[in-house]
Design a protein around this ligand. Sequence first.
Ligand code: HPA
Length: 245
Amino acid sequence: MGSVGIIGGSGLTRLKNLQVVGRRVVRTPFGEASGPLTFGRLGGQEVFFLARHGYGHTIPPHRVNYRANIWALHHVGVTHVIAVAAVGGIAQRMATGALCIPDQLIDYTHGRPGTFFEGGESMVAHIDFSEPYCANLRARLLAGVAAAGELAVDGGTYAATQGPRLETAAEIRRIEGDGGDIVGMTGAPEAVLAREIGLCYAPLSLVVNPAAGKSAEPITLEAIEAVMHDGMARVRHVLEATVPL
Ligand code: HPA
């Protein structure tokens, strides 16, 4: 198999345990990725890491160049992508601090360049997206969770919203009615593009707050950051226990 790509979301702009060998700027037909790819070894496996929001966390979810990011990872020989993301919890089992490996996706985003198939030279392709995530990589992640002595919710529906604002309570009620269990702003079109280009892609989500209307408390950045700090340390352990695949 090829290399592993890890896309870090909020709270994970660096992989402390990655033995960094170098950085690589990849030119893509879609413009600039969120930054250079950091590559090195993790558990003996070649890993390419990319901070989704930029290494200085300056790119908001609706401005991330998802096409460039996915294209760049594919271009350097990555075959498997673990997509780390902080999310809000909707379903009761998605408590703050929980890890989750979702198995379904609903896309509520709009206006984001969301396909590699733009007509013209490229063929029109209607990919099968019934199961949006790679079953093999999900299983590896679940094994990694167990090996790290952690617990994670196996399955659930990730709802991708446009952001950058958080949702209204009514929007969350609607999403819950639709079957959404967790809510984040970056899961689409990232997963779509990965499937289009042939990458095995799976999400690793950390619940950092109760979604809008799910708690009497207001959602504050301070509270989110407190959860993120510990939570992303646990995510790092899971990644270490998952890689090499
Ligand atoms: N909504 C959307 N995205 C998020 C949230 C949320 O509540 N928390 C972290 N990312």
